[in-house]
Design a protein. Structure first.
Length: 224
């Protein structure tokens, strides 16, 4: 298979050792994953399953793949999957789940911006509840858009209400992160918005984030 991540190390059996990105971000997420044996439900996100149902399998980038539930489900569904993640611990778990499921996934241990993905490499870019840090130049948003091939789809799903939910007890400031509205604002005539709505969340049982009941779903197709 072609290495869609340019010169970054990749493998189909275990996550790469080299990390490309902010060490502080990696450390933060490794610590979070270390606190629980399983952070997420282990099942694919409901919005992903619903939105991908009518798509022809091709090359897909799973942004923030975590412990790999979405990546494994996509691979089982016939997609050529690249899973991108900052946490090395999460990638180790994801690689183990893929091996147990008997599927092949390409793992990239990097931040989205630092990964320097080849433009137009993916027929689907899926970002399910991503924790992407906001920058003045909208680097993360532009990296996601650039990765989508002509005719391909960007699918961005997030918890509704988080964009304005400030939680000082968790040291969480929504102004620090990228939200679907920010990505939608960058879509020009090269894009067709197919879905941009808030809907009830189809939530897997268990896992962090299970208490959120509404999703914001943005699905856009790149025309050219």
């Amino acid at each position: 298979m072609t290495n869609t991540a340019g010169s970054l190390p990749s493998t189909t059996t275990s996550p790469p050792d080299a990390y490309v990105g902010d060490p502080a971000v990696q450390a933060e997420w490794d610590q979070r994953y270390a606190e629980q044996e399983r952070l997420w439900s282990g099942r694919p996100n409901g919005a992903l399953v619903a939105e991908v149902a009518g798509l022809t399998p091709g090359r897909v980038l799973d942004v923030g793949c975590g412990e790999g539930a979405d990546a494994v489900w996509l691979a089982k569904s016939g997609w050529d999957v690249t899973g991108l993640e900052v946490s090395g611990l999460a990638l180790e778990r994801a690689a183990g789940h893929a091996k147990d499921a008997g599927v092949t996934v390409r793992w990239v241990h990097a931040g989205l911006v630092e990964a320097a993905l080849r433009p137009g490499s993916f027929d689907l870019v899926s970002a399910q509840y991503p924790a992407l840090l906001r920058t003045p130049d909208s680097a993360a948003e532009r990296a996601m858009l650039a990765a989508v091939a002509p005719g391909g789809v960007l699918l961005l799903v997030h918890h509704a209400g988080m964009e304005t939910h400030h939680d000082p007890d968790r040291d969480f400031d929504p102004a620090d992160y990228v939200w679907p509205s920010m990505v939608a604002a960058l879509l020009d005539d090269d894009w067709e918005v197919e879905v941009d709505e808030q809907r009830p969340r189809i939530a897997p049982d268990g896992g962090a984030g299970a208490h959120h009941s509404e999703d914001v779903v943005l699905r856009a197709r790149r025309r050219r």
